[in-house]
Design a protein around this ligand. Structure first.
Ligand code: NAD
Length: 340
């Protein structure tokens, strides 16, 4: 059986990554779209052969409840709309994939998880890397402690933003924050899957060099983490730096992904040499993983709890910055750590 996916929001990620990937998925397929633009509805309908009865807008979206062709709603909207559409999808009885960052706040994550729980539907965050082989190899090296005790891990995720200064990513009301909300969640993710541990404290700093462009949102943030094993973590995220890397140093070797969180191709090496894996669409692997989770009960590799945990860390980083770099304790236990 193949599950039907409805893409909500037909912006660049849906257009250039998700829809093409859904042409290759084995356990799910593109079944419906939700868009505010009638022109896009027409283009998508003819490009992907989607019948009119499977095309929705943001107002009539709730009618998707009666659409038997749709099993999964995939929310690919600006961050401020993630909670609303995740909750509406859950109320319509559909499983949900919500893009990263999961929401604007931890409180929103709670309401989303509650809505999915109440409706008895599954919830995943669009963390595509958990399904791709380079990241899975890092997780295996961590699990097997291949290089002994971890002492230091660093994670950078950043790009230089030069486009329209009015884009939603630079508008706090729509994005909830700048580089940290956009790319920073990848750094946080890298620190955690690259060590296998949730941090127990964080201290952070913010840097701004182009305040005329980044009027409302953070430009560059660095943060230092204390991990329960005693290892030290260091992250950087920015909308004004080109960097994308995970590096971990252990007692008897090291591992590195560079780039670590871009689309394919990724690249990795360890102190023993290069990693060689097939470069398959990450989005295809991710959506098939979630469909298999629903169909066969395989693990949900990026559950809502993981997205919420990352928002707890995001909020702690902003708090630390607001308090002049003060160390903020974190009490996460094993929240969002998926063993696989
Ligand atoms: P985008 O700007 O290209 O698309 C956003 C879509 O939302 C557009 O179709 C737009 O019309 C629609 N929209 C509805 N209401 C809007 C409003 N008030 N303001 C602006 N747009 C509105 O953005 P995108 O790059 O497709 O990102 C969408 C989501 O996907 C974000 O949450 C982003 O973080 C996430 N994303 C994830 C990845 C990944 O690798 N997992 C990659 C890119 C984007």
């Amino acid at each position: 059986k193949s599950l039907g996916v409805a893409l909500v929001g037909l912006g660049s990620y849906s257009t250039y990554q998700l829809a093409p990937a859904l042409q290759d998925t084995e356990y799910c397929h593109l079944a419906a779209v939700v868009t505010g633009t009638p022109e896009k509805a027409r283009t998508w309908s003819s490009r992907y052969n989607i019948g009119e009865e499977h095309i929705y807008n943001y107002e009539n979206f709730d009618a998707i409840k009666d659409d038997e062709g749709v099993d999964i709603v995939y929310v690919v909207l600006p961050n401020s709309m993630h909670a609303e559409f995740t909750i509406r999808a859950a109320k319509a009885g559909k499983h949900v994939i919500c893009e990263k960052p999961m929401a604007m706040s931890v409180a929103e994550c709670d309401t989303m998880m509650e809505a999915c729980e109440q409706a008895g539907v599954k919830l995943a965050v669009g963390y595509r890397l958990h399904s791709e082989p380079f990241t899975k190899e890092v997780k295996r090296l961590v699990r097997d402690k291949t290089y002994g005790k971890l002492r230091y891990i660093s994670a950078d995720a950043a790009y230089i933003s030069r486009g329209n200064p009015d884009q939603w990513r630079l508008n706090r009301e729509l994005s909830g924050g700048g580089a940290l909300m956009n790319m920073g969640v990848y750094s946080i993710q890298s620190i955690i899957y690259g060590s296998g541990e949730n941090p127990i404290s964080v201290s952070a700093q913010e840097f701004s060099t182009r305040p005329e462009y980044f009027k409302q949102t953070d430009e560059t943030i660095t943060a230092q983490f204390e991990l329960p094993s005693g290892a030290v973590g260091q992250m950087m995220t920015s909308h004004n730096v080109r960097a994308n890397r995970l590096y971990a140093s252990c007692d008897s070797g090291w591992y590195e992904l560079d780039p670590a969180s871009t689309y394919i191709p990724l690249a990795g090496r360890t102190s023993d040499g290069p990693m060689n894996f097939e470069q398959e669409s990450q989005q295809k692997l991710q959506m098939d993983d979630f469909a298999k989770h629903i169909l066969e009960g395989t693990p949900n590799v990026a559950p809502g709890e993981m997205g919420k945990r990352d928002m707890v860390i995001v909020e702690a980083i902003y708090k630390s910055i607001a308090e002049g770099g003060k160390t903020i304790p974190l009490d996460l236990g094993n929240m969002g750590i998926v063993k696989r």
